[in-house]
Design a protein around this ligand. Structure first.
Ligand SMILES: [Fe+2]
Ligand SMILES: [Fe+2]
Length: 256
């Protein structure tokens, strides 16, 4: 059993699946939010995780009744299993409008017709059961059209690749136990410096994140930030982060 119940008040549930990726593939987390029987999967991944995730999800909500499949962006570890989820349910895939017409390339012909909910650049509110989730912008962190999900019930920000650490943390469970190590280990710092686009968008995101009440940041790779103090330090760290185009130079554009 790989599921971690992050929250369950009998009506609203947040579930994390942290151990479904085998072998050489980059480890990743998948998430499920359930409210009043309505369910949304977040960043379910590709074919590698599809069968096991399907079985795990069934313990918490009927997969065939999944209402939304949220994709923070278009990467294979995010949404390459789109075809499978569309096949077994009536779910709509929620993805940035920039990626809506790229998604059919993961699917059989016609599978995505009427099944994609493109998110406008400003983000949107999304009703699930009796709650309203916020789909908030995280553009260029790291993809062109990139969103995160804020759950106001448990005050979790499902942050996609922002906050990710590319490390096998199964030995310490899904929670970050040493925040300084998490940032300085290189597993998180190096990842952010290469994959995030630049400091300009980091600062915009930090300003926005401070207006949300966040008790936990749950990224798509690695451990979670589970205390308000860690969350605040992470936001401060992102605000000052130099990354992506801040760090490239002419030396990176030399013909080999
Ligand atoms: Fe990604
Ligand atoms: Fe990722």
């Amino acid at each position: 059993m790989t599921a971690s119940v992050l929250y369950d008040d009998g009506n609203h549930k947040c579930i994390a699946f942290t151990d479904l990726v085998p072998g050489e593939a980059i480890r990743s987390n998948q998430f499920l939010i359930v409210d009043a029987g309505d369910s949304m999967l977040l960043d379910p991944g590709g074919n590698l995780t599809y069968n096991d995730l399907l079985a795990e999800v069934a313990s918490f909500a009927p997969p065939s009744l999944t209402r939304y499949v949220f994709a923070s962006h278009e990467d294979p570890d995010i949404i390459a299993s789109a075809n499978g989820w569309l096949l077994i349910s009536d779910a709509k895939i929620v993805i940035a409008q920039e990626w809506a017409r790229f998604l059919p390339h993961f699917c059989l012909k016609g599978m995505t017709e009427g099944r994609v909910l493109p998110v406008p650049a400003r983000g949107m509110n999304l009703e699930l059961g009796n709650c309203e989730l916020k789909i908030v912008p995280a553009h260029f962190l790291h993809a062109v059209g990139n969103f995160q999900v804020y759950d106001p019930v448990r005050r979790i920000l499902f942050s996609g690749d922002l906050g990710a650490a590319l490390i096998d943390e199964t030995k310490v469970g899904p929670m970050v136990v040493d925040f300084d190590h998490h940032l300085r280990s290189g597993h998180s710092g190096l990842f952010h410096r290469r994959y995030m686009t630049n400091n300009k968008v980091c600062r915009f995101w930090a300003n926005m994140a401070r207006t949300l009440e966040i008790d936990c940041i749950a990224p798509q790779h690695g451990g979670f930030l589970t205390e308000r103090s860690m969350v605040n330090r992470f936001i401060d760290w992102v605000e000052g982060l130099e990354c992506g185009t801040d760090l490239v130079s002419e030396a990176d554009f030399v013909i080999p």
